[in-house]
Design a protein around this ligand. Structure first.
Ligand code: PHE
Length: 458
């Protein structure tokens, strides 16, 4: 294919972020989502609490930040979406971009199911906020029913499709500018309420004090590490070209390293706040931190019931969670669509509508795997959990691993550093450690943890 010609035609249709703040908010909008609010607390809960958090923070610095920065640089340099970017740099490595697109596709299929749960809780609060005496029971009944969660999931997917058909700047930028700061304020309020509940201290201890003595087997250590790495990739939207695509909409004069630090910092703070909002309540109300994907949905209604105007708070909170989820989902859909638009010249409308229908169908199966189809298992997991395993523990680490090898050993660190230095005032001071990480530390670390994750738990 004549890349230069194709690329030219694509560029004309390509929007650009009007400001650096616009980019940060949009990129943070893609990063901050259900991964922080829903996934972080439940993964932390089931993977060792404080020990998990320790690994998580280490991996954010050693893996998350450098990879995020590299993706931004690749995107801005090549000016096209993930697959096109790799193709342009080195044809043989196109598969890394494709891997990312596949990953985005699988993630969005189940992400949208959780988005549907959020919609259900908005509806629940809007109609009086009665979640019964046993909020866990309420959630379990809802999630295992055959029709309702599927319908909410499809509504969520439809919403995303409508925004993406509308185009980049218009749809995404506007929404994240208002919603993200509001969500931040809101979650601080909820975190304070939760942390001050009687018995809440136990939850904070669980989350922040690593209990190494509980790590009495290789499986537990491996689980904490593998989960932490997968969660870092998931939370920062890495390994699937999200940031490559966003970076391609960036102007040359933005300071990439500063933006990368701000984005990963915001994302981590949001995850921590969410943990502080959930974990104390889990202990205060006698839930189990290991409860799994339903953790926040069972816990939060109990927290809101302990707050003055709790019903109103609950409503507002879930509306903001919806927007956080939507901006992430939109980013995922954008990656899948941009791939089809840039590679096959599909129209934005055709790409988006076809893909949302397909993901809608797969998501429906994932949703049913928590009820009617719960008997269908893959490697002892239901379909929903298996999809999460596939993306977090296999596809994302592999994509990130290949990206590090490609940049570190094939394309070279030099062009990345040059791109990073373009918008900054001086030379990139962390150049040495940055290249050590990309070339050696990250690939080895990812590979080792990846293999640890493949060893079956006894
Ligand atoms: N990072 C998003 C979140 O935390 C999820 C996501 C993953 C979005 C991968 C895009 C790509 O919710």
């Amino acid at each position: 294919m004549g890349m230069s010609k194709n690329q030219g035609s694509t560029l004309q249709k390509r929007g650009q972020f009007t400001s650096s703040l616009g980019f940060i908010l949009a990129a943070a909008g893609s990063a901050v989502g259900l991964g922080n609010l829903w996934k972080f607390p439940y993964i932390a809960g089931s993977s060792g609490g404080g020990v998990f958090l320790l690994f998580y923070l280490i991996f954010v610095c050693v893996l998350g930040l450098p990879i995020l920065l590299t993706e931004m640089a690749i995107g801005r340099k090549t000016q096209i979406s993930a697959v096109g970017a790799y193709k342009k740099l080195n044809k043989k490595w196109t598969f890394v971009g494709v891997l990312g697109v596949v990953c985005a596709f699988v993630i969005l299929s189940y992400y949208s199911v959780i988005g549907g749960w959020v919609l259900k809780y908005i509806a629940g609060y809007a109609t009086g906020g009665n979640f019964g005496a046993d909020t866990k029971q309420y959630f379990d009944t809802f999630v295992s029913s055959p029709v309702e969660p599927v319908v909410w999931h499809l509504i969520f997917m439809l919403f995303c499709a409508v925004v993406v058909v509308g185009g980049v700047a218009k749809g995404i930028e506007k929404a994240s500018k208002i919603m993200l700061p509001l969500l931040f304020l809101m979650i601080v309020v909820v975190a304070v309420r939760s942390a001050t509940l009687p018995g809440g201290m136990e939850g904070l201890k669980f989350l922040f004090v690593p209990n190494f003595s509980a790590l009495d087997s290789f499986e537990k250590v491996a689980n904490a590490m593998v989960s932490a790495m997968g969660q870092v990739f998931f939370s920062l939207s890495l390994g699937m070209g999200i940031t490559i695509t966003y970076g391609s909409y960036l102007k040359r004069d933005t300071n990439l390293s500063k933006d990368a630090v701000v984005i990963s910092g915001l994302d981590t703070v949001m995850a921590l706040l969410s943990g502080i909002a959930i974990m104390p309540a889990v202990f205060a109300f006698g839930f189990k931190p290991q409860a799994g994907p339903g953790l926040i949905f069972a816990t939060l209604p109990s927290v809101f019931s302990e707050m003055p105007l709790g019903g109103l708070f609950g409503l507002l909170f879930f509306i903001l969670v919806f927007f956080a989820a939507a901006t992430s989902a939109i980013a995922l859909l954008e990656v899948v669509s941009a791939f089809l638009i840039d590679s096959f010249h599909w129209s934005r409308k055709k790409a988006t509508i076809l893909m949302s229908c397909l993901m809608g169908a797969i998501g429906a199966v994932a949703s049913l795997s928590m009820g009617a189809l719960s008997g269908v298992t893959i490697a002892n997991m239901n379909i929903f959990d298996a999809m999460g395993y596939l993306t977090d523990k296999i596809l994302m680490p592999l994509a990130a691993l290949f990206m590090c090898i490609f940049v570190g050993h094939v394309w070279g660190i030099k062009p990345v550093v040059e791109e990073i230095e373009l918008g900054s005032a001086g030379p990139f001071r962390l150049r040495w450690i940055f290249s050590m990480i990309l070339k050696y530390i990250a690939p080895v670390l990812i590979l080792v943890i990846f293999i640890m994750g493949l060893i079956p738990a006894k």
